[in-house]
Every structure is written in C-alpha cells, then in structure tokens.
Design a protein. Structure first.
Length: 334
C-alpha cells in the first residue's frame, strides 16, 4: 500500500510537470493537473446574500478577501445590477474560512458614477497604496442596446491601509461600457488592464500608472470566441489571461477555464494546447463532490513566487460563494 501511494504521488507530480511546455510556458493542463481537493467549509459565503467576484491579497499574516454581495430575494444573479456592494473578509489561511469584516463600498448616491452599485473588486498594492479596481453604475447612464440596464464602468478606489478609509475616483477609467476588469501591474507602476464590453468584446488598455490616462491598445483580444471573467498576471517573462471560455470556443467546454498567453501582454494571445485550466467539478477532502451549476471569476493567487490557490466563484442552483482550491505542488514559473 505504501509503495502504491508513493508511485501514485510520483505519477501525479510527473504528469503536472510534463504538462508545462518545454520552454516553461504555462498552459491549462499544468494548472488542471495540480488542482486538489479543498477542505469542507473553506472559502467565503454569507447567509442571506449571494457572493461573487472575489479578489484576495495577503497583508502581514492575514489574507484579505474583497468580494461583491447582494441580498437574496430574486433569482441569481438578477439583483446585482442595483444592489451589489463590495465587502471585505479575512482569514489566516488562504483557503479560509473567511470571516466578514466590513462593507467597503456601497451606494454612494448623488450624481456620482458609482452611485447605484459596486462590484467586480480587484485588489492590488502599488507602491505604498492599496488600489481597488471595481465596476459600478449610476441611475442615469444606460447600457447600449436599449434594454434599460444601468451602464457598467470601471473605476478605482485608493487607501493607505487595506482596511481603508477608501477614496473613490471621481470619474471612471473608461467613459464607455466596461466590466470584468483585471489589472497587471508592472515593476515601474504602469498598468495593463483587460476588460470586456456587454457584447463580450475583450480589450486591453495600458496606462503609465493606475490613475491613467488609459489607452486602448487592443480592441479585440480574441475575436473568434466570447471570453469573460479575467485574471491577468505576468510570470516567467510572459503575460497570461485566465478566463471563462464562455461558449467553449477554446477548450471545447462551455464556461470552463481557459488560459491565454502573450509575450507583450497586448497582442498575439495564444491559447497554447487549449486544455481547460479548470472544469465545473470541485472535490473536497471529506469525499464530497460539487458539480457547479456555474463556476466563474477565476483568480490565481501567488505567494512567494508560486501559484498556490485558484479562487473561483461558484453557484450550485441555490447559493453562491467564493471557493478556493489548492494547487499541489505549487506552480512556479521562472
């Protein structure tokens, strides 16, 4: 039995290593083969609320999870457009469980661009400033298409402490339709940002710093298919977008995780071997198996230069929450 266990562990490690391209480029298979069972009761959920759009940062020995929530009352996810707010929760373990701490951003009211709702938080530390990119709406700008939906736009808030107080930008980053932001911060403080429009047209913008100005450098990252829910990071000298393959055009599976890479982070995005980075099944250490109705909003968490956890938002037909899954062995890209 001991020999069998050792051989099994060796086979899993070898498979994970072989899944990486010979030149060290990450592909979906390298991630998928490392995903392990999660502890029961891990992650973050709230009674009476739908939880979505989580982003995590470690400060000292504490992991801070920023997430969107809105009250249950109507079918998921209908009410987020008017009732979502951003909250913060904490844990001493990246897998959680996370404990609610505070509401960070709620309805600002008045004529502000974020007067109606806030969601899609993306937390980064840039220099000595914590920057919270997020999506928000007001009551007087409507989304194109004539459906009467509030226009979603990307902006940011800043603080000198991860616990705030937060100062919200007076204007959004983009005046037009924009949502699902993901920010890659360069060593010099400049920013590359991927986001999408309501029609799932994916764009990349750059800025000399987080305050802008932002210039759209790529108007359509992947015109052949529909992608959304991005994570954007740089590792091993290359840029990566981890995202939801909305119609299965890359992985062959609708809404599974896709991974694209680029040398410059702007153009020529390549899906490599097209293997899904994650599917809709999550296993737990107590033997339970969750086949998600929806599994979206991926974020790869790095610690000490290694990808150690994959955070995704899950919906089981009744509840939604943030569910982290450990990677073992951790994934290092040199």
């Amino acid at each position: 039995m001991f020999l069998r266990s050792c051989l099994c562990a060796f086979w899993m490690l070898a498979t994970a290593c072989l899944a990486e391209a010979a030149d060290g480029i990450l592909n979906g298979e390298a991630m998928a083969t490392r995903l392990q069972a999660a502890p029961p009761h891990s992650g973050f959920r709230m009674d009476g609320y739908f939880v979505w759009d989580s982003s995590v940062i470690k400060v000292g020995d504490t992991y801070h999870l920023f997430s969107a929530r809105w009250p249950k009352g109507h079918p998921f996810p209908d009410d987020y457009r008017r009732h979502s707010e951003i909250i913060r929760a904490t844990s001493k373990n990246p897998l959680g469980p996370y404990e609610f701490q505070e509401v960070v951003l709620s309805k600002r009211g008045g004529s502000h661009w974020d007067s109606l709702m806030s969601r899609n938080p993306v937390i980064r530390k840039i220099g000595d400033t914590y920057v919270l990119f997020y999506v928000a709406s007001d009551d007087h700008n409507l989304e194109p298409g004539g459906k009467g939906l509030p226009l979603r736009r990307v902006g940011y808030a800043t603080a000198k402490s991860v616990t705030g107080p937060w100062i919200q930008s007076e204007q959004p980053i983009f005046q037009g339709d924009s949502t699902n932001p993901a920010a890659c911060i360069e060593d010099d403080g400049s920013v590359k940002m991927v986001f999408r429009t309501a029609s799932l047209q994916v764009k990349v913008a750059t800025a000399p710093n987080f305050r802008g100005p932002y210039v759209i450098e790529n108007e359509n990252v992947w015109p052949a298919n529909r992608l959304e829910d991005f994570d954007f990071f740089k590792a091993g000298g290359r840029y990566y977008i981890l995202c939801e393959d909305n119609v299965g055009g890359i992985t062959g599976h609708e809404r599974w995780g896709a991974l694209l890479t680029s040398r410059d982070g702007v153009a020529n995005w390549d899906p490599m071997n097209r293997t899904a980075a994650y599917d809709h099944t999550i296993r737990f250490t107590d033997g339970a198996v969750l086949d998600c109705t929806r599994r979206e909003r991926p974020e790869a968490f790095f610690e000490n230069g290694e990808m150690t956890v994959l955070f995704t938002e899950v919906y089981d037909g009744r509840d939604s929450w943030c569910q982290p899954v450990p990677l073992s062995p951790p994934l290092r890209l040199n």
